[in-house]
Design a protein around this ligand. Structure first.
Ligand code: MG
Length: 378
């Protein structure tokens, strides 16, 4: 299943005020649009991101969105529906599902995106929050009548659909709708409600920026952990480093598969979580871990991070050895590690150095590895 995201950013945001449209205003050091794009571009299950821009905004976009190279750009239309149609039209062949998101919701949590993706099936899926407040109908400053709130929801985005079904719905009209759910329902495509999130607020008025800023400051928790590991050489015909087997005239000794790189990254994640180290979770005294493939340890650390509400945003591993030569294998190592961790390859770095023939790695008695992992809780 290939899932794409369309970020609708062609609006003028007239209620917000300011010199530039709200999606280009800054929130916590990044533009609103850059944050909205990153939420989807960094999601491991989303393969392409299209951004729908107002024709006048291209210079603003280039100025305020740094990671623009991998994005598809579509030109917005006179209405939201026309803009979405334009975004849908530019998605690559082979795309099965699409999430449509308003650029003005920059703080969309990853877990909410996960819920929408998981609920797309024969129906579409959209996040919403049940209304808790009493509801009135009013005229000017007078209450006319209370309104029943049963079954009323506040709709959010992203709204997710089978791409072909949504394209068919848009092809049939109407030309102007408040959101994609309205278009879907008008053409008999049912939509499942998934839990929305208060954090996924739509920036509409100036006060919303202050609220979002406060929320970012309160919630943002960035942690950096480090890991270091050493295994000595012994008899063997290969070494396993960052999940990749390399033919060599010796092997690495250890209780598990002695993957020194993967152990260092795993310990970096445990370190960021302040949750001890591999030895604590997988004691060498326990025979069930003898010869174990190290991806078990790494997957455990990742699951622990997720359970605590953190995501690993980046990891960097340096292997220290004279032999074998790491360079030719580094791309495969990045791929392997990123795959286990559910990261994109540009979030995983594997590099190597020698120690200029000094010390135990210089004497080729073993291989050392150091790693850093950055975890974020949003
Ligand atoms: Mg180790």
């Amino acid at each position: 299943m290939s899932t794409a995201a369309v970020i609708v950013a062609a609006g003028r945001g007239s209620r917000m005020g300011g010199d530039v449209p709200k999606q280009y205003q800054m929130l916590g050091g990044q533009s609103v649009l850059a944050r909205s794009i990153a939420a989807f571009a960094e999601h491991p299950d989303i393969s392409s991101v299209a951004v729908v821009l107002h024709p006048d905004d291209l210079p603003l976009f280039k100025e305020h969105v740094q990671q623009a190279d991998d994005l598809l750009i579509a030109q917005g239309g006179a209405t939201r529906s026309a803009s979405v149609k334009s975004g849908l039209a530019c998605l690559p062949a082979g795309t099965n599902r699409v999430l449509i998101h308003d650029a003005a919701r920059p703080l969309v949590p990853r877990a909410l995106i996960d819920r929408v993706i998981a609920a797309i099936g024969t129906s579409g899926a959209a996040p919403a929050l049940a209304i808790q407040d009493a509801i009135w109908r009013g005229d000017e400053d007078k209450v006319i009548a209370p309104q029943p709130r049963d079954g009323l929801y506040r709709a959010q985005t992203p709204q997710g659909f089978d791409l072909q079904k949504l394209r068919a719905a848009y092809a049939a009209g109407p030309v102007s709708a408040a959101d994609d759910v309205e278009v879907a329902l008008a053409h008999g495509l049912p939509v499942t409600i998934v839990d929305g999130d208060e954090c996924n607020l739509k920036l509409t008025r100036p006060g919303d920026f202050e609220l979002a800023q406060q929320w970012l400051e309160d919630k943002m928790d960035i942690r950096v952990g480090n890991g270091f590991d050493v295994h000595r050489f012994g008899p063997g015909d290969h070494v396993t480093l960052c999940g990749v087997e390399i033919a060599f005239d010796r092997g690495l000794q250890g209780h598990s598969d002695a993957d020194v790189g993967m152990h260092a990254v795993t310990d970096a994640i445990y370190g960021a979580l302040a949750e001890g180290d591999i030895g604590q979770h997988f004691p060498p005294s326990d025979p069930q871990w003898k010869g174990a493939a190290s991806h078990i340890f790494l997957a455990h650390a990742m699951a622990m991070a997720q359970a605590k509400g953190y995501r690993v945003n980046h990891a960097d591993c340096t292997l220290i050895c004279e032999q074998p030569k790491i360079g030719p294998h580094a791309p495969a190592m990045r791929r392997e590690m990123a795959g286990i961790m559910g990261l994109k390859e540009d979030q995983m770095s594997v590099k190597a150095t020698t120690s200029e023939r000094l010390g135990f790695t210089g004497r080729q008695e073993g291989i050392a590895a150091m790693a850093t992992a950055t975890l974020v809780r949003l």
